[in-house]
Design a protein around this ligand. Structure first.
Ligand code: ZN
Ligand code: ZN
Length: 151
């Protein structure tokens, strides 16, 4: 599927050839902080299949494990564009929020359910892993329609 996208101010735009069966929703705490949202949807895409106009700013995130990850964003408006391995950026995890065709690209899998916010509904039928893609699946979540506490 061919897509296009751009940051909010328009300084950076891109076109790409993507696989709609690869969209992931990540509920990890880093994604919550970086995105300013309850979770983040990403579209893993081969970097050779993406064409950029403009140059994103990069921030290198260092995880507790020591793993480094490039976070690319627009230096003018702050829109997040992708993440990648800083040493071998063969795959770009495009941020779905800046993709024009995002309405047609629902996540097929949800990960890091152990840090998912309890009020975020997960679509029925999408696998929901406790951590990464190879981790165990989540058990039943508490119902969010339960009577709220009164105290
Ligand atoms: Zn921008
Ligand atoms: Zn994440």
């Amino acid at each position: 599927m061919h897509i296009s996208g751009q940051c909010h101010c328009g300084a950076i735009s891109f076109t790409a050839l993507v696989d709609p069966s690869k969209v992931i929703a990540c509920h990890c705490t880093d994604c919550q902080v970086f995105s300013g949202a309850p979770y983040r949807a990403v579209l893993p895409t081969r970097s050779e299949d993406v064409r950029w106009t403009g140059t994103p700013q990069q921030y290198i995130k260092v995880a507790a494990s020591g793993n480094r990850h490039t976070q690319a964003f627009c230096a003018q408006c702050g829109t997040q564009l992708y993440a990648s391995d800083p040493d071998s950026p063969t795959v770009l995890n495009l941020r779905l929020g800046c993709v024009s065709e995002r309405a047609q690209l629902p996540p097929v899998v949800h990960i890091w359910g152990q840090s998912a916010l309890p009020w975020v509904p997960v679509p029925a039928g999408a696998p929901f892993h406790t951590q990464g893609l190879n981790s165990a699946l989540m058990g039943a979540r508490p119902s969010i329609s339960a009577e709220p506490g009164r105290d």
